[in-house]
Design a protein around this ligand. Structure first.
Ligand code: CUA
Length: 340
C-alpha cells in the first residue's frame, strides 16, 4: 500500500473506527441518553434487542464478504494502460441462479427468528395489569380499569408484573414508546391497538410520543415509575383516597370557586367536583412530579405560569389563555395543590 492510498483512506477509516467505538461503548452512552433502546429493561425489549444483535452480526459478516469481493475485483481487474479490451460476456446461468438464491436464503434466515419474535411479543400473559392509554394533542391519559384510577402523563407500574396496554387516540395518530421496555406502537383514532411488557427494573424511565402529531409533538412526553408491589399499591391507595374539601376561609377554597364557576370544569375532571374529559384528570394532580406532559416540574410557580398562559409555554396547547387575574391564578394554584 502506497503512502497516497493510505492518505486517501485515512478519513473514512477514522469514521468507521469512531462508529465502531460508539457501538462498543453503548452502556456508557446509555447513561447520557436515557431514551436509549440498547439497554432493555423488560423480557420483550430483551428479545427484540437480541434479535437486532443477531441480525446485525450476520449482516456485518455478509457486508465484509460482499464488499471484500467487490474491492478485490475492482483492484485486481481494473483497467491497465496498454491492456487488452475486456471480453464481452452474455450472461452466465449458474452464476445468475446462485446470486438470486443466496439473497433469498439470507432473507428466509432473517425471517424465521423475526416472525417467531413477533408472535412471542404478541402473546399477552393472563395475569396482566390492564392500562388504557389514550393519546391526546399533546398529553397522555392513563386509565387502570381494574383499579378505578385515571391519571395523566405519569404511569406507575408494579415491578415484574406484565402490563397489557390498550391504545387509543381521540384526535390524530400518536405513538406510545417507552424505549427501555418495548418498541413503539401507533395510537390511531378509530382503532384499538395492543401491546404488553413486564418491567424488570425499578426506577423512573422516560416515555415519548414517537409519531409526529402537530406543534407540540416533541412536548408529548411521559414518565414511567416502576415500583415494588407494596409501593405501587400505596400509590393506588393514594390515588383513590378522597380529598377533603378545602377549609372555607382558605385561598384554596377561593380557588375551588374559581374552578367550578369558570371554564376549567368544561375540560377537566376532578372526582366529585367536575366531569370534563377533554383535558387531563386533575383529581390527584399534585401527586405528579411534572405538568404539561413532562415539560415542567410540578412546582407552585410553574403551575401558576401554566394556568396564566398555557399556549405561551407549550405551542398549540388546547388550554387557552383565559385572561385570569393574578389573584384567581394564585387561588387556583392553591386549590390544585390540595389535590394530593
Ligand atoms: Cu403525539 Cu407526537
Amino acid at each position: 500500500m502506497t503512502a497516497s492510498t493510505l492518505r486517501r483512506w485515512r478519513r473514512p477509516l477514522l469514521v468507521f473506527l469512531g462508529l465502531a467505538l460508539c457501538a462498543l461503548a453503548h452502556p456508557a452512552l446509555a447513561q447520557n441518553y436515557p431514551q436509549t433502546t440498547l439497554e432493555p429493561k423488560s423480557a420483550i425489549a430483551g428479545e427484540v434487542d437480541h434479535l437486532l444483535r443477531d441480525i446485525v452480526f450476520w449482516v456485518v459478516v455478509i457486508f465484509v464478504i460482499v464488499e471484500g469481493g467487490l474491492v478485490f475485483t475492482v483492484v485486481r481487474f481494473r483497467r491497465r494502460a496498454g491492456g487488452p479490451a475486456p471480453k464481452p460476456i452474455h450472461g452466465n446461468t449458474p452464476l445468475e441462479i446462485t446470486w438470486t438464491l443466496i439473497p433469498a436464503i439470507i432473507l428466509a434466515f432473517i425471517a424465521v427468528p423475526t416472525v417467531k419474535t413477533i408472535f412471542r411479543v404478541a402473546d399477552v400473559p393472563k395475569n396482566a395489569l390492564e392500562v388504557r392509554v389514550t393519546g391526546h394533542q399533546w398529553w397522555w391519559e392513563f386509565n387502570y380499569p381494574q383499579l378505578g384510577v385515571t391519571t395523566a402523563n405519569e404511569l406507575h407500574l408494579p415491578l415484574d408484573r406484565p402490563v397489557a396496554f390498550t391504545l387509543e387516540s381521540v384526535d390524530v395518530i400518536h405513538s406510545f414508546w417507552v424505549p427501555a421496555f418495548s418498541g413503539k406502537r401507533d395510537v390511531i383514532p378509530g382503532r384499538t391497538n395492543h401491546m404488553w411488557f413486564a418491567p424488570a427494573a425499578a426506577g423512573e424511565f422516560p416515555g415519548q410520543c414517537a409519531e409526529f402529531c402537530g406543534a407540540s409533538h416533541a412536548n408529548m412526553m411521559f414518565k414511567v415509575f416502576v415500583q415494588p408491589k407494596a409501593d405501587f399499591d400505596a400509590w393506588v391507595a393514594r390515588q383513590k383516597a378522597p380529598v377533603p374539601p378545602p377549609d372555607s376561609t382558605s385561598l384554596a377554597a377561593k380557588g375551588l370557586t374559581v374552578f367550578t364557576h369558570g371554564q376549567c370544569v368544561a375540560c377537566h375532571m376532578i372526582d366529585g367536583v367536575s366531569y370534563g374529559v377533554i383535558g387531563p384528570n386533575l383529581t390527584k394532580v399534585s401527586t405528579r412530579t411534572t405538568i404539561a406532559a413532562g415539560m415542567y416540574e410540578n412546582t407552585p410557580d410553574n403551575l401558576k405560569a401554566w394556568i396564566q398562559n398555557a399556549p405561551k409555554h407549550k405551542p398549540g396547547s388546547l388550554m387557552p389563555n383565559m385572561n385570569l387575574s393574578d389573584a384567581d391564578v394564585e387561588a387556583l394554584a392553591a386549590f390544585l395543590q390540595t389535590r394530593r
